[in-house]
Design a protein around this ligand. Structure first.
Ligand code: IFM
Length: 449
């Protein structure tokens, strides 16, 4: 008997991204990305690791997809396209082998009965665009992103089920252009960072329009993937909920208000004063181009109460993952609820990433290697309860994607932080489905737990 039953047709997915798993960095005409060059700078990445081999997914794609189908039976797979694989210079010449890879990937997914969910940009900008234009500092790159999206739509738009324009613009601009801990490693001033923000939002709008124009599959959906800065009320008193909603809005509205309502928050604009970005007439209408769903990535939330105490220092009370992120399962319920109330309207929502890193290690069980990642199972189970509550209360949440299908290159943290449902032995590229893969497979099979 299931205690948590999900609606028929609920999307159970798994997620990945190109630079984190593909490897094959200079194979078949792929151009360099900003991450290839960033990883070569000493001390940028833990142990000076890089994604040039990663999970070698580029060369193992067919068997990887078969493994996903066999061991997890997910009904959707969210992957990203490496822009420099398709357009080695970021513009101009299309690399047939690059687009061919994604063509085969989409076909393979469909053959295995898995919906393709395609992210156009998950951070691996062609290096040529960084060198020539300064990356997202330039409005031109937003326009070139639209041209790239049109190429993707033209080649894959007859089969891809769901499109994500950008993955987590907030991380791109904060880590890439403010703190410099991600490629391209810049530390711009306030005005520079706001300009990058505006160009990313514009890229999302222009990319949406380009996809809309070029895709032919009936019912295909387009949306943005936003990583929410999440807050949950410590108690469910009306005061705590309303104080938390307010903080949530402050932290997320500068990206989601323009996308959902076509305005930058007036208060933020006032505070920015001379640091407001350069914009052109009509930009906000482009940014707010209608989309079909909103993707949310959330990993943890901060507990809030009303009144002077505000943010609660939860650190002491919660277990932490290997990322040192607190385990706060109610983030999924509250994030969904606040996004819906503040920005969603009737729009369907999907959790496009949720997951945890643990120090997973294979053990021998009668000669077979197994990975007993019980902490991940508990994490998933508790988080899915939040999703279930959101659906029970009528919030339009239609899908959930585990980050990640397999262990991978966790950006500046390198390979140590393992997020996967499938363990990767980087010495020999052996794949070992973890216990959590089997647990998730059963959730999918029963459509609940
Ligand atoms: O690995 C990342 C992913 O690329 C974007 N979202 C968060 C994940 C975990 O840090």
């Amino acid at each position: 008997m299931l205690k948590y039953r999900f609606p028929d047709g609920f999307t159970w997915g798994v997620s990945s991204s190109s630079y984190q798993i593909e490897g094959a960095a200079s194979q078949d005409g792929r151009g360099p990305s900003i991450w290839d060059s960033f990883c070569r700078e000493p001390n940028r990445i833990a142990r000076d690791e890089n994604g040039s081999v990663a999970c070698d997914h580029y060369n193992r794609m067919e068997s990887d997809i078969e493994l996903i189908a066999k061991t997890i039976n997910a009904n959707a797979y969210r992957f990203s396209i490496a822009w420099p694989r398709v357009l080695p210079e970021g513009e101009g010449h299309v690399n047939p082998a690059g687009i061919g890879f994604y063509d085969r990937l989409v076909d393979k997914l469909l053959e295995q009965g898995i919906k393709p969910v395609c992210t156009c940009y998950h951070w691996d900008l062609p290096l040529a665009l960084q060198k020539k234009h300064g990356g997202w500092q330039s409005r031109r790159v937003a326009e070139l992103f639209a041209e790239y999206c049109e190429i993707l739509g033209t080649h894959l738009g007859d089969r891809v089920d769901t499109w994500c324009t950008l993955n987590e613009p907030e991380v791109v601009l904060t880590a890439g252009y403010r703190t410099g801990v991600h490629a391209p490693g810049l530390m711009l001033d306030e005005k520079g960072v706001r300009q990058v923000t505006h160009h990313l939002l514009l890229a999302h709008g222009l990319g949406t329009q380009a996809l809309r124009k070029s895709i032919t599959r009936q019912g295909a959906r387009i949306g943005l993937v936003h990583n929410s800065t999440s807050y949950s009320p410590l108690t469910e008193s009306a005061e705590d909920i309303s104080a938390t909603r307010e903080v949530f809005h402050c932290e997320n509205s500068w990206l989601l208000s323009p996308v959902s309502h076509g305005v930058y928050p007036a208060e933020l604009w006032r505070e920015l004063d001379k640091n407001v970005p350069e914009t052109e007439d009509g930009d906000l209408a482009v940014i707010a181009t209608s989309t079909d769903y909103l993707g949310i990535n959330t990993y943890f939330s901060t507990a809030m109460v009303s009144g002077e105490r505000g943010e609660i220092p939860f650190e002491k009370h919660y277990p932490r993952t290997l990322m040192n992120w607190p385990v706060t399962p109610d983030t999924l319920y509250w994030t969904t609820r606040f996004v819906h109330e503040l920005y969603g309207g009737k729009k369907p929502l999907m959790i496009t990433e949720s997951g945890s890193a643990w120090p997973d290690k294979p053990q021998s069980d009668n000669g077979t290697s197994v990975v007993n990642d019980l902490a991940r199972i508990v994490y998933l189970r508790e988080h899915l309860k939040g999703i279930h509550r959101a659906i029970e209360e009528g919030l339009p949440l239609e899908g959930y994607f585990v980050w990640s299908i397999m262990d991978n290159f966790e950006w500046s943290a390198g390979y140590e932080k393992r997020f996967g449902l499938i363990y990767i032995d980087y010495e020999n590229q052996k794949r070992i489905p973890k216990a959590s893969a089997e647990w998730y497979r059963n959730v999918i099979k029963w459509n609940g737990f």
